[in-house]
Design a protein around this ligand. Structure first.
Ligand code: SF4
Ligand code: FES
Length: 238
């Protein structure tokens, strides 16, 4: 089939403002959108900027907005976003993060917020002889959240930063939950104040956009609500 990719272009060094450029591509409906972008880059316009690495939904580097929905280009089939021959697919960079070039955004702010919740196991107690034992049931409490690839699709999909740019965002909260719900972790005193802050969990209004966007099927909204409950109950979910 033939599709038109309407891609947002912007080079902050040379352009006054973002603009759209269209490319017509012959592509198999079962190909991935990333294949269509690669086709443009290889055969039509080598100046097109986008990020990708694994091409298999693992590295999280090719998150972008596709027809207004956030997701990974390598996990989006052309037929999912182009209903018929001749369709136009609009491709834009993730929202809320500064564009470095075209579809490439500067993720620094996203990672700063992620780091603020201390995304690592905190436990000063002596290590058991072999390991810190955890039952399968305890692991299940947070298992989905361990699949995060930090793609920032949820961050861009969330409507809250439109009004509150400082909102910590869904990914950071889901990763905070990942450790707060871990029976081996003791870091609630460090994490809960960050989450209970004016820019933290209470800004979430349960729009579920993050959950819908997540390419790893993480139950983000549910995890955010569980985190709210943990704060209300003064922790003690373990
Ligand atoms: S929670 Fe899902 S959408 Fe958000 S950064 Fe992680 S993998 Fe991406
Ligand atoms: S290129 Fe790695 S997740 Fe898409």
């Amino acid at each position: 089939m033939q599709i038109t990719l309407k891609i947002q272009r912007y080079n902050p060094d040379t352009d006054d403002a973002p603009y759209y450029q269209e490319y017509t591509v012959e592509v198999d409906p079962n190909a991935r959108l990333l294949d269509a972008l690669m086709d443009v880059k290889r055969f039509q316009d080598g100046s097109l900027g986008f990020r990708k690495s694994c091409a298999h939904g693992v590295c999280g580097s090719d998150a972008m907005r596709i027809n207004g929905q956030d997701g990974l280009a390598c996990k989006t089939l052309v037929k999912e976003v182009a209903e018929e021959d001749g369709a136009t697919v609009v491709v834009e960079p993730l929202r809320y993060l500064p564009v470095q070039r075209d579809l490439i955004v500067d993720q620094a702010e996203f990672f700063e917020k992620y780091k603020s919740i201390k995304p690592y196991l905190i436990n000063d107690q002596p290590v058991a002889e072999k390991e810190r034992i955890q039952s399968p049931e305890e692991r299940l409490q947070f298992d989905d959240t361990t699949n995060c690839i930090l793609c920032a699709s949820c961050y861009s999909a969330c409507p809250i930063p439109e009004e509150h740019p400082a909102f910590i965002g869904p990914a950071a909260i889901a990763q905070a939950f990942r450790f707060l719900a871990d029976s081996r972790d003791k870091g609630e005193e460090q994490r809960l104040p960050v989450l209970d802050d004016a820019d933290g969990v209470w800004l979430c209004e349960n729009h579920f956009k993050c959950t819908q966007a997540c390419p790893r099927s993480i139950l983000i909204t549910k995890r955010i609500n569980q985190t709210k409950r943990m704060i209300k109950e003064g922790k003690g979910d373990k």
